[in-house]
Design a protein around this ligand. Structure first.
Ligand code: GUN
Ligand code: ZN
Length: 430
């Protein structure tokens, strides 16, 4: 017996990048029907057209005043930093020492990591994030605890333990330990359920040449894994990388160790050469744009138009705990504002694309998630258009999708997420 359920509400999803496809990129049904069968989308469209095809025994959940969209994709977030959002310190290198590293040291304790993993996944779902690419601490067991908790929820999570053989006291490892622990995690978790593994050299400054080479070798050995790291986030960081590698630009440091490819995601990319952007586009590598973090640490204003001009794929990342919110819609709202500060305009439908299908494409998962095409995995959220008194007033009578989405990005947060479904199963109810 298959499990079939229907939802009646407004529906919106992207089928392409509005930058290239224009108005055809978006599908919007103000009175829609989403039909789920065994965890996958069986149909999505207009209620009046599709409802006559429902069998009499199909349960229908009616959600008036709600907008159903694909679940959000957070392409860059730190598991061991969830409990220290808004901690003092900055810019980047000072904040790492003062706030991030002390929080991460606590993940040597497995009981703490297990408890934090449940809270972290709860928070992702409370904010409508159904897929995330996650940085773990240096600890293998803590990262395994996160995978275990995500598997129990059937969540689509790509994660990796940070590799850092030049890490600070208490978060250090040898190159050999970093490699062996990563191998074990790839073996144990990299192909289970909806999980994926990302080889995770923290950034150029926290790994020796030998460790960067070992990360490249791991990628070459396991073609199903991803790679995540930080790139050109902060002026001082960039200067220190240039001191250590005087003959290369920052991306080239990673490139020469085999870390730049179609499954590589680089967070930030604020201080980039044209050569680097060109090379990223050529390699099919992606950027995780993290505006709340960039504002919190004063790192800089990402130039999306320039990345677009080079044809580099971009996704959104919260970068919690330097990021100030778990909400990807809120992060998209800040992306709109950062574009403004650069004298550019980010179309709200494009911001919605980055939060959903664009994020899925950046992670190479758009054949499975990010839209409501038949056969996609049924990871979706219900956005309550009257979640707060102000939103209710702002959106009363609104019909234009760009207007609705802009208001949700500017005024919305976890209160807007009435529910989140993972493979058709409700995993969050506000
Ligand atoms: N660069 C290296 N580590 C980190 C981190 O934890 N957060 C941010 N924002 N940048 C980093
Ligand atoms: Zn980060």
């Amino acid at each position: 017996m298959s499990d079939v359920r229907a939802f009646r509400a407004a529906l919106a999803w992207m089928v392409d990048d509005p930058r290239s496809a224009g108005d055809d990129a978006c599908v919007h049904h103000p009175d829609g029907l989403l039909l789920i069968e065994d965890g996958h989308v069986a149909a999505a469209g207009d209620w009046a057209m599709l409802s006559p095809t429902l069998t009499a025994d199909t349960p229908v959940e009616h959600l008036p005043g709600h907008l159903l969209t694909p679940g959000f994709v957070d392409a860059h977030v730190h598991f061991p930093q969830a409990d220290m959002i808004g901690a003092p310190g900055g810019p980047l290198l000072d904040w790492l020492e003062r706030s991030a590293f002390p929080a991460e040291r606590a993940f040597a304790d497995l009981a703490h990591a297990r408890d934090a993993a449940e809270a972290f996944l709860d928070e992702l779902l409370r904010n409508g994030t159904t897929t995330a690419m996650v940085f773990g601490s240096v600890h293998r067991e803590a990262t395994a605890a996160l995978f275990e908790a995500a598997l129990a929820r059937n969540m689509r999570l790509i994660a990796g333990k940070s590799m850092m053989d030049l890490g600070p006291e208490g978060l250090n490892e040898t190159c050999e330990e970093g490699q062996a622990d990563t191998e074990v995690l790839i073996r144990d978790w990299g192909s289970r359920g909806r999980l994926g593994y990302a080889v995770t050299p923290r950034f150029a400054l926290s790994s020796s040449d030998a460790q960067l080479a070992s990360a490249g070798a791991l990628l070459a050995r396991h073609d199903h894994v991803w790679m995540q790291t930080h790139l050109a986030e902060n002026a001082r960081e960039v200067a220190l990388v240039a001191e250590r590698f005087p003959d290369r630009d920052y991306l080239d440091v990673y490139d020469r160790f085999g870390l730049v490819g179609p499954r590589s995601v680089f967070a930030h990319c604020l201080h980039m050469t044209d050569r680097s952007l060109h090379r990223m586009a050529q390699a099919g590598a992606a950027i995780a744009h993290c505006p709340s973090s960039n504002l919190f640490l004063g790192s800089g204003l990402f130039d999306l138009a320039r990345a677009d001009a080079h044809g580099v794929r971009t996704a959104l990342g919260t970068d919690v705990g330097a990021g100030t919110s778990f909400s990807i819609p809120c992060t998209a709202g800040l992306a709109l504002q950062v574009a403004r500060m650069r004298g550019a305009t980010l179309d709200p439908l494009r911001a919605f694309y980055l939060a959903t299908l664009g994020g899925a494409r950046a992670l190479g998962l758009s054949d499975r998630i990010g839209g409501f095409e038949t056969g996609r995995e049924a990871d979706f959220v219900a956005l309550d258009l009257a979640a707060t008194p102000l939103l209710a007033r702002r959106l009363s009578g609104a019909t234009d999708l760009a207007d609705i989405l802009t208001a949700l990005m500017i005024l919305g947060d976890d209160r807007t997420i009435a529910g989140a479904w993972i493979a058709g199963v409700r995993r969050h109810q506000r």
